[in-house]
Design a protein. Structure first.
Length: 174
């Protein structure tokens, strides 16, 4: 999606990242949450006001799912999430009320919500009135690659166990 929304000039810069994604796959459900979270964090600060509430819900949802999967206390936000939400305080307040009322379905998050967050985030960046969307996209993709690489490293099989190959779910494709 990032490639499709990047300018021709920016696309050539993305080409250097191709080797980083070859074979980068994982069945780890945390990957979906981290990709969705990274995308929403990148989009919220630049997205239109109409899209900010949705992106704030996305950040809170991804954090709750991530916390649940990692066995962390609910409600703890990483620095990137706090920074993004602080930049859109009205959207953050609305999103907190919405999440408290609607709740989160971790299974549905992986199956449907994570991919929708990625699509909405990329569209929000593409439609934003910013000077260098290509830089935002490049930074987003670089961050996602870094996050997934780190998650895959933590979930790699023991040496000699070839039955487990890290794979990124195809449902979420930043």
């Amino acid at each position: 999606m990032v490639n499709d929304c990047t300018s021709d000039a920016g696309r050539s810069e993305l080409a250097t990242l191709v080797p980083s994604v070859i074979g980068l796959r994982s069945d780890d459900p945390r990957v979906d949450a981290w990709i969705a979270l990274r995308c929403a964090q990148a989009a919220l600060p630049v997205a239109s006001a109409e899209r900010q509430s949705t992106l704030a819900v996305a950040i809170l949802s991804a954090n709750r799912v991530r916390a649940d999967l990692d066995g962390c206390p609910d409600g703890q936000l990483d620095e990137g999430s706090r920074r993004a939400l602080d930049g859109a305080p009205q959207a953050a307040k609305w999103a907190a009320r919405f999440i408290d009322h609607a709740g989160i379905n971790p299974r549905g998050f992986r199956r449907h919500t994570a991919a929708a967050i990625v699509r909405s985030s990329v569209a929000g960046i593409m439609q934003a009135c910013i000077e260098d969307a290509d830089r935002v996209f490049r930074d987003l993709l670089t961050g996602v690659i870094s996050d997934v690489t780190a998650l895959c490293a933590r979930s790699e099989p023991p040496p000699g166990d070839s039955t487990l190959t890290p794979q990124v779910p195809e449902s979420v494709d930043a």
